[in-house]
Design a binder for this molecule. Structure first.
Ligand SMILES: Nc1ncnc2c1ncn2[C@@H]1O[C@H](COP(=O)(O)OP(=O)(O)OP(=O)(O)O)[C@@H](O)[C@H]1O
Ligand SMILES: [Mg+2]
Length: 259
């Protein structure tokens, strides 16, 4: 018996004022796996992510998640589905209310859906803070008093609050120092192992992609030009752009190596 993949994207396109940002994007992803999405700036990674997270309406194509066509949902169904798909945006500072306290930011998704009591939500907020390496004492601190990297961690904690089935991370590690990056990466791996979460990880940092993803899709000019397991991609890159990205990453890690 053929089993439908957890996520299946077919011929997806999104145009802005007639200009395609993504076109004919087709791929599938099994439950509990991580897809790394890489490619040059402007290649359409964030647009694809925003379509998957129901923040943009595709111009064409279909998105199937867990057996449901996300493009055919009414408003109520979309709202319900949003709990299952969380995205940590590329610039979390702009997506967090600066006057909200850390506790309010992290637990708002639970409050909106009336999950738990005040007490259990406070408890959960505490746990989530610890999870992303922020001090519990900061729970009552307003978001605007956090640094960029700390706000990034708040955004990740918030996205994890509902334990979504699909978590999309759009450059979510960019502003974090290396030890926090490692901490959050371990947390994601642990959650995936225990709960079978599925991730899409967008990053210019190929080392992070290799660490977390089992497979990689390379985007260029709005299309996926190569999609392979990490092992195959490293051993036998097919597309010139993939080779370019690999060469650049190798050069970087050499430059960073101690003399
Ligand atoms: N809201 C929008 N309105 C008009 N054009 C847009 C919009 N969002 C994205 N685009 C265009 O779509 C193309 C893809 O942009 P996108 O942000 O998806 O790229 P990206 O791969 O995420 O780039 P980066 O690595 O710099 O984040 C770009 O040409 C961009 O200008
Ligand atoms: Mg982007």
């Amino acid at each position: 018996m053929a089993v439908d993949p957890f996520l299946s994207v077919r011929g997806l396109g999104k145009s802005f004022a007639g200009h395609p940002a993504i076109q004919n994007v087709t791929f599938s992803l099994e439950r509990g796996r991580t897809l790394g999405l890489v490619g040059p700036s402007g290649s359409g990674k964030s647009t694809l992510a925003r379509c998957l997270a129901l923040f943009e309406t595709p111009t064409s194509g279909e998105i199937w998640l867990d057996g449901r066509n996300l493009c055919g949902l009414n408003r109520r169904e979309r709202a319900a589905m949003r709990a299952d798909i969380q995205i940590v945006f590329q610039e979390p500072a702009s997506s967090l209310n600066p006057r909200f306290t850390a506790a309010e930011i992290v637990t708002e998704p639970l409050l909106i859906r009336r999950l738990g009591t005040g007490k259990t939500r406070r408890q959960r907020a505490s746990e989530l803070m610890e999870t992303v390496g922020l001090p519990r004492e900061a729970l009552q601190t307003p978001a605007l008093e956090f640094s960029g990297g700390e706000r990034q961690r708040l955004a990740i904690a918030r996205a994890l609050a509902l334990e979504p089935k699909l978590l999309i991370l759009d450059e979510s590690f960019a502003g974090l120092d290396l030890s926090v990056q490692a901490q959050v990466a371990n947390l994601l791996l642990d959650l995936q192992e225990r709960r079978g979460l599925t991730y899409i990880l967008i990053s210019h940092d190929l080392a992070m992609v290799w660490r977390l993803a089992g497979e990689i899709a390379v985007m260029d000019h709005g299309s996926i030009v190569e999609h392979a397991s990490v092992a195959d991609l490293l051993a036998r890159p097919q597309h010139p752009l993939t080779r370019e990205l690999l060469d650049a990453a190798r050069a970087l890690s050499l430059d960073g190596a101690p003399a």
